[in-house]
Design a protein around this ligand. Structure first.
Ligand code: ZN
Length: 213
């Protein structure tokens, strides 16, 4: 558990705000100085009963989003999905590397096979009809720290430009060869790019070539 959450819990226990009063039944778990550390966690589970504004949505999403676990882009991804693609109800497969987790990138055969099978199971079991595959990293002029840590792991000696090229190769592989099985699903591939100005853009990768009339 992150330290800031633990700190919040401590404050919550010491001085519960009005909205939490009455939710904690400390009579069954009295807090003593000796047991306070462990008791914080047990009372936390009682104090954080929370009812969401929305009821359960029974409708099974038909879109699966595959994206990197990198939380720095979480809000940007939500914004892109909601306002650009109009997707708000979707299944998700978040893993280090995002769409890159499904590809070998030259050497990662076993891991790519594992994530491809996981993805296939979701497609089959959930009746997925559309796949949104996402890479991420800095734009050409973007900050080095925006690089995908999983691609840095896979390609430790590569330049940022070469990592971008590898992602484009991987995107073409996913678009052309699928995930190793016949995929009757619409597939869109994007890269989330951070520019020098910290602006975040989503660019299509391995798009269909223009039709020649
Ligand atoms: Zn990443």
């Amino acid at each position: 558990m992150p330290l800031d959450i633990r700190a919040s819990l401590l404050l919550l226990h010491e001085q519960p705000p009005d909205r939490f009063r009455g939710l904690a039944d400390t009579s069954r778990h009295p807090v003593s100085p000796k047991t306070r550390g462990n008791d914080l966690l047990s009372s936390y589970s009682e104090m954080t009963t929370f009812i969401t504004e929305s009821p359960w949505n029974r409708a099974r999403p038909r879109v699966l989003v595959v994206a990197c676990s990198d939380g720095r882009l979480q809000e940007n991804l939500d914004d892109f999905l909601q306002r650009s693609l109009r997707i708000t109800h979707y299944d998700r497969l978040y893993a280090p590397g995002g769409a890159g987790a499904l590809t070998r990138s030259g050497s990662d055969f076993i891991r790519a096979g594992f994530y491809r099978r996981e993805c296939l199971d979701l497609v089959r079991l959930h009746g997925i009809q559309s796949l949104i595959l996402l890479f991420h990293g800095p734009a050409i002029d973007g900050p080095a720290e925006a690089v995908c840590a999983d691609y840095r792991r896979k390609l430790p000696a590569s330049s940022l430009r070469d990592i971008r090229r590898q992602q484009e190769v991987d995107a073409r592989e996913l678009r052309s060869a699928g995930l190793g099985w016949p995929m009757p699903v619409e597939t869109l591939v994007f890269r989330c790019e951070v520019g020098a100005d910290d602006v975040v853009r989503f660019a299509a990768l391995a798009a269909e070539p223009p039709q020649i009339a």
